[in-house]
Ligand binder design. Structure first.
Ligand SMILES: C[S@@+](CC[C@H](N)C(=O)[O-])C[C@H]1O[C@@H](n2cnc3c(N)ncnc32)[C@H](O)[C@@H]1O
Length: 325
């Protein structure tokens, strides 16, 4: 494994250990309030319901649309396994792989503790590097699932990875998943996000600082900070989740996917919902009401074209290499 990948695995090992020790439950059905997350959807079950569940439903729908009795699924970069676990609960035969030992350890722990046994398919996890794993697999899976992993690869890596995924799929197999696309975040989206944050903070419902820009220079600085923090990037790049985080953006990922897979669906996801909702503070009923409000407002703003969707869901069918693109 090269040094970059070792560093990548280490970053996720540390993050996962820290999260699990802080009481994080990476199980979509059993998730509990966890204040370790100061601005992340895993802070409250409602935020998970409004963001991760719809993505899971998208993934499951496209797998079910294949009409197979026990679909054989591979999840690449499965982390703590919440998508794989849910697919197995829906009767699939799932293999989840990740390069991070601690993530796979957590995934196995929560799979072992699963109380929802009825209709459970099969579930196994492996510590494995995606390229190494896929090189040895041919025509084996009905679907390959990705959830927030492709943006860790550069465009050139994606153009190598996608043919390997294609090769690992059976005839008519699909790829399906979700990816962030923070490169689509622009000044106008950042300004609307900034307005919401400042007003929420003024009303005592947001955790961030109270500073309110009142001239153009301060406003432009605040917009720039909002744009940078959306990518979790500080001036010295210290806050990226890992060394390879945000190696590619929307155009890179969608180009690699559509070059190798025939599009079944390419849907917008939320705009800045995930950058805002975890930062809400206040009484439970109050923040839940605000979260639902932000959810619908966000979707409308994306629909109206006023803000960009900062993530997307994609489902695509295996292209034969001879097939016309
Ligand atoms: C942003 S996390 C997403 C994890 C999980 N899908 C989730 O949403 O919580 C990316 C994951 O990909 C894994 N990963 C990164 N590069 C990998 C590689 N080359 N092979 C296998 N796993 C990799 C990381 O260890 C990490 O768990």
């Amino acid at each position: 494994m090269d040094e970059l990948l070792k560093e990548e695995a280490k970053a996720f090992d540390l993050k996962m250990q820290e999260r699990i020790n802080a009481g994080h439950i990476p199980d979509l059905r059993l998730v509990k309030t966890c204040h370790y997350f100061y601005n992340n959807v895993w802070r409250e079950p409602l935020y998970v319901n409004l963001s991760i569940w719809p993505r899971f439903s998208f993934i499951l729908k496209h797998i079910k649309d294949q009409g197979l009795r026990i679909p054989r699924i591979l999840e690449i970069g499965c982390g703590a396994g919440f998508i794989s676990l849910e697919l197995a609960r829906n009767g699939c035969n799932v293999t989840g792989i990740d390069i991070s030992k601690e993530s796979i350890k957590a995934a196995k722990k929560f799979a072992n503790e699963n109380p929802f046994k009825e209709g459970f398919g099969y579930l196994k996890y492996h510590v494995a590097e995606i390229f190494d794993f896929l090189k040895n697999i041919k025509n084996a899976f009905d679907a390959i699932v990705f959830y927030g992993i492709l943006h860790h690869f550069t465009f050139f890596e994606l153009m190598e990875l996608c043919p390997l995924m294609r090769g690992a799929l059976k005839k008519d197999g699909i790829v399906v998943g979700y990816e962030p696309a923070y490169d689509r975040f622009n000044e106008s989206s950042a300004t609307i996000l900034l307005i919401l944050k400042k007003l929420l903070r003024n009303a005592g419902n947001f955790f961030e600082d109270t500073f309110i820009p009142d001239n153009e220079y301060e406003l432009m600085a605040a917009i720039r900070n909002t744009l940078l923090s959306s990518k979790q990037i500080t001036e010295n790049l210290t806050k990226k989740q890992s060394i390879k985080d945000f190696s590619s953006g929307y155009a890179d990922i969608i180009t690699a996917l559509t070059f190798n897979f025939k599009t079944i669906a390419n849907e917008n996801d939320h705009g800045f919902f995930e950058l805002l909702v975890g930062g809400l503070r206040g009484k439970k009923e109050e923040i839940e009401k605000l979260a639902r409000f932000i959810d619908v407002v966000d979707k409308k703003l994306v629909e109206f074209g006023s803000i960009h969707s900062l993530s997307f869901r994609f489902a695509g069918k295996k292209r034969d290499s001879q097939q016309k693109k």
